[in-house]
Design a protein around this ligand. Sequence first.
Ligand code: SF4
Ligand code: SF4
Length: 421
Amino acid sequence: MFMPSAAEIYRIKETYERFNQRMEMFCRSIWDQEFAETLRVPNYVKALLGRAVEQIQSKRPGHGLREMALCWASWTIAAMDDMAQGWRSGNDGLFNWRPLGASTGGHSGEPLWAYSEVEREEIKDPGLNSINIKKIAVKMGATVAGVASLDRRWVYSHWWSRYTQRSGRVLFSDETREDLPLLTELEDGRRVIPSSMRYVIVLGFERGYEEISTSPDSVAGLGTGMGYSMMAFTAPTLAEYIRNLGYNAIPAGNDTGLSVPMAVDAGLGQLGRNGLLVHPEYGPRLALAKVITDMPLEPDGPIDFGLTEFCEACDICAKNCPSRAISFGERSFEGPTVSNNPGALKWYLDAEKCMRFWTELGEDCSNCLRSCPFNVPPGKGFRLSRWLIRQTPLFNGVLKNMVENSSHIMKKTSAWFYGEE
Ligand code: SF4
Ligand code: SF4
């Protein structure tokens, strides 16, 4: 069955421009003083950590030392300064765009094919290669993986680092007439991707149902932190495997491009009202990473399980959003803040409101994951409802009313998570 690409699903306007990472909310919390001063402390991480300490000291139920310790520990790998921070601004540490060469004599920088002085691996069957690369991604720690043709519209126009506050253009080699070094950072900050890198492998990491069920308690942060720590493990490992075979690979977390439309193109799910990718089995509980490559692959293509129509009849995530950041209205072509990139038909999130709430909480919130009817316990039912949603939108209103007060999306306590009730 023919399925339109993410750009066609979002009805991308001709005026649409690639997103500048500098405009992303976490970056703005550092350089945009007007916005930063609306936070408790004008720096996202400092505001978050300061509030976390207050919560621990006040022993607020659900936000005490035991819960906060779990949430913050889960970021251990993802937050390692020298190694894994690259998932935020790209081309750094484990997320370097060049081979790490860690397996060939201690960071020699040489991938195995070059070190062994052989030709690179010839890929005769891209379809079979796609099946294998997804299998290997899962073996390396991803929950799910999909392959897409890389749509450059989802690649950032510029990168911006909230640590160094450096920035630069992200270019493809055929966008410039200069003969520039590829896959490295030039003095003026430009990073040039070979135009041969036409595929992206999108990786999804499940945030656990149990921990997300406690949101907005701090235990829910375990799901998010582990998602990011796992992507810091898996995406660079998969990239290094591809390089060892003789192909280029850019591992990326939140850096380098927009993960959600890439995941839609890779058939991992659809975009929900909550601004998240919703997967048919894991719902909105996937953290996303990607590996851009020139290794020959066969794209999977988008899927449609009736989510857009269901979201039109459903507003549960909007009702459960403590900051009112999620729209109750129709899809539109522009959003409420300068962090929204206009020109795509979708539900836009007010990330300013969302971030202010996170800094009041002392960690991230997952209410829009927990309350979504597509968030179901692993291996559990709703198969009939899902089948119905896929076939026709006629019963969406009734189904939404049935699910709205059901126990699987109701908030659970931290004590429930620890098996104490
Ligand atoms: S994370 Fe929480 S505050 Fe932010 S949009 Fe989701 S529900 Fe709202
Ligand atoms: S809660 Fe409802 S409206 Fe929100 S993303 Fe899930 S299905 Fe869509």
